[in-house]
Write a protein that binds this ligand. Structure first.
Ligand code: COA
Length: 443
């Protein structure tokens, strides 16, 4: 049969598609700004038909209605990364959180640690060869579709056709819901003086020819802004945002010096504004792959001069990094932080950077603390930490003793919190703190 006929036969309404879900099913939803909309809304409308449907996803950018209290009899939410719409549910009796590396999620599906009954995804319109692109979200979404008993796809006219191993054939979709809505957008974070200083400090240790991974938010955006004078940068990152487009247009990012995927930006999902989505559409400079490839520390480490830039919530004086919880409260998740830190640490000439403002909560608390808050999760171990950068400078921790680490971290803490940190350092090491020992950055 002609593929167009096959396609037509699969078309259903969102409500019909939602009725393919059965009570007790595990439903995996497309990730981040690739989250489908129409079938999720229909599923909520049809809630009385289900009991105990488990909804699984990582970053949820939608409304997260299924995680609300009044939905508790119909849906249970199992999150792989807490986000704004589901954070409250995860930290209450009704929600669940599964700690995992981003790179490992495809394996959870493939090996049925989390058996996928239904995958609800969003894809582009099919091309002349009947392949739909996963567009902005390949990550675990493609693998979920490959593992699911039933694949429901919203075929969205507005989804860009992003290249790479980023396609699904129409015959591998069970039900198609046609859609025409804008891809969700995430505006740039507000860059203040602190973020700008952090960006500037990072720029001192990022060399021409490096390959970068950057996360999301004001700090990574500020780092990108401070790289305008660099040359021949490359990107191998779990996600890319608008800031990358600006540096491509400025000729700073050209991927020429990359040691794998030369001349290509490699990513597993995109999150930004229309500017980014238009840039990515049919752009041969971008290759998207699933997250078990992009975030595999072994793959990452094959990029020489790999620089990873991530952020955190707290750091203790030994260099233990809490990035995903505030005390016991789950705030986000492991994501790709450890994947990229380990990859960058193993890369020839690589650098793993934790870039973070020295304080939080409007300057009332220090992020550099004597001890992590009770119940806080160590996302990145002290042995994995290489550089910590704040607006006050750079602390290089690799190869440093506990005493030296504490001293280096106190040197980049906010001055108003240094007194109490010094007190703890002197108590712990039974030594007199000396402010004026600085360490040369290892080249
Ligand atoms: N004590 C108390 N509250 C704290 C805190 C601390 N030490 N650190 C942060 N907070 C609060 C902030 O005040 C802020 O609250 P507000 O929104 O009410 O002001 C909130 O927690 C978020 O902090 P902020 O640092 O602004 O968040 P962010 O959006 O920059 O994200 C991480 C920082 C660490 C949460 C984020 O980078 C993350 O989730 N990392 C783990 C995953 C990862 O690195 N993935 C790879 C890259 S995508």
């Amino acid at each position: 049969m002609e593929w167009k006929e096959v396609y037509k036969e699969k078309i259903v309404t969102a409500s019909e598609a939602s009725q393919k879900i059965n009570s007790g099913d595990r439903v995996v939803i497309g990730h981040a700004v690739g989250e489908p909309k129409l079938v999720i809304d229909a599923m909520i409308e049809n809630k009385e038909s289900y009991g105990d449907v488990e909804i699984v996803h990582m970053v949820g950018m939608g409304k997260g209605t299924y995680a609300r209290e009044e939905m508790a009899h119909h849906f249970k939410h199992n999150s792989l990364f807490a986000g704004a719409s589901t954070r409250e549910a995860i930290n209450s009796a009704r929600g669940e959180f599964t700690p995992c590396f981003f790179s490992e999620i495809p394996r959870l599906f493939r090996e049925e640690y989390l058996k996928v009954n239904v995958a609800i995804i969003q894809v582009s319109e099919p091309d002349e060869h009947s392949f739909c692109s996963f567009g902005v979200s390949n990550d675990y979404t493609k693998v979920a579709a490959e593992c699911a008993d039933i694949v429901i796809a919203e075929v969205n006219k507005k989804m860009p056709r992003v290249l790479g191993d980023n396609f699904i054939h129409v015959k591998d979709i069970d039900y198609i819901v046609e859609a025409d809505y804008e891809i969700m957008e995430l505006k740039k974070g507000e860059i203040g003086e602190v973020e700008n200083e952090i960006g500037r400090n990072c720029s001192f240790i990022i060399e021409d020819g490096s390959t970068l991974q950057l996360g999301i938010g004001a700090v990574p955006d500020a780092v990108l802004l401070n790289l305008k004078d660099k040359k021949d940068l490359g990107i191998h990152s779990e996600m890319i945002s608008d800031g990358v487009v600006d540096l491509v247009e400025a000729g700073v990012i050209n991927n020429r010096k990359k040691t794998i995927h030369k001349n290509k930006i490699v990513a597993t999902f995109l999150m930004g504004t229309k500017k980014l989505y238009n840039f990515a559409d049919n752009n041969p400079m971008i290759d998207m792959f699933s997250v078990d490839y992009v975030n595999d520390p072994y793959v990452i480490s094959q990029n020489d001069n790999m620089v990873s830039i991530n952020s955190c919530i707290q750091i203790d004086l030994m260099g233990q990094i809490a990035s995903e919880s505030i005390g016991l409260k789950q705030f986000s998740g492991v994501g790709g932080q450890v994947d990229f830190i380990r990859g960058a640490n193993r890369s020839k000439g690589g650098k793993a950077i934790i870039a973070v403002p020295s304080t939080a909560s409007k300057g009332t608390v220090s992020r550099i603390v004597p001890f992590l808050d009770n119940g806080a999760t160590v996302t990145t171990s002290r042995a994995d930490v290489h550089y910590v950068v704040t607006e006050y400078g750079i602390a290089e921790l690799r190869g440093k003793t506990l005493k030296e680490r504490g001293r280096a971290l106190i040197n980049i803490a906010h001055p108003k919190f240094r007194g109490e940190l010094i007190k703890e350092w002197e108590r712990r090491f039974n030594s007199k703190f000396d402010y004026f020992i600085y360490y040369k950055i290892h080249k």
